[in-house]
Design a binder for this molecule. Sequence first.
Ligand code: BJW
Length: 232
Amino acid sequence: MRIVVLTGAGISAESGVPTFRDADGLWEGHRVEDVATPEAYVADPVLVHEFYDARRAALAGVVPNPAHRALARLEEALGDDLLVVTQNIDDLHERAGSTRVLHMHGELLKAWCLACEGRHPWDGPMGGDPACPGCGAPALRPDVVWFGEIPYEMDRILDSLGRADLFVSIGTSGAVYPAAGFVQQAARHGVRTLELNLQPSEGTAWFREARHGPAGVLVPAWVEDLLGPAAD
Ligand code: BJW
């Protein structure tokens, strides 16, 4: 069975990574829509670097939760028949053991040099205009996808969606496109669809089946439905 899983901020919530649109959904009084844009970066790069530097620093203090680990277990069983498409820029899927992960909104631990176009691993602060490890220019930005920019790996994602037997959406509000439209694209291809989310997402009506509760409970239970109980 070929499965495409889409994950959003909700899968990392139980690891202690804040979501975007729960509670007040604000960072220091700013909505994500006001910080995560190329225009915001041009207008106030110091503020935007503070936002990402704080999140990059916090990553060292969090660990994968049972939902991430259950998806890694599923990959062990399905191999190439499982693709995880994540909107998250954290590395918790990889740290749980998943290897087939597409980061459609980029990665917190990568820098993109606007001078030489090089992309580089980056685990420190980016504020203060550090030099690009490739060309030396002080022109690094986080390698993430902001509103108005084109998400990464779209061709591979749409191709995999069209060939899947099951599409599962985990921990995402369904507020941000194109990810929010994947369920409709999957349904158009006759792919079975399942939502696993704390509460009904904005797109919940498009899913053939929806289960609501914490990802740390729902995802291991769903994987156990498919594979049987875990050995440990
Ligand atoms: C739990 C839980 C637990 C909590 N267990 N669950 C008008 C109409 C339609 C579209 C547009 C429009 N105007 C503009 C657009 C396009 C725009 C868009 O969608 N805007 C919307 C605001 C309407 N999109 C874009 O600009 C995108 N680009 C684009 O469309 O290019 C055109 C193109 C596409 C394709 C091909 C060719 C051309 C780019 C979008 C980039 C989004 N970037 C961000 C920031 C990334 C870097 C960063 O992390 O800072 O991505 S914004 C932010 O939102 C981040 C997230 O990945 C994304 C989605 O958020 P997510 O993951 O869903 O989080 P939340 O907080 O919203 O939801 C969490 C959910 O978890 C909730 O439901 C909770 O209940 C649940 N939950 N705890 C299970 N324990």
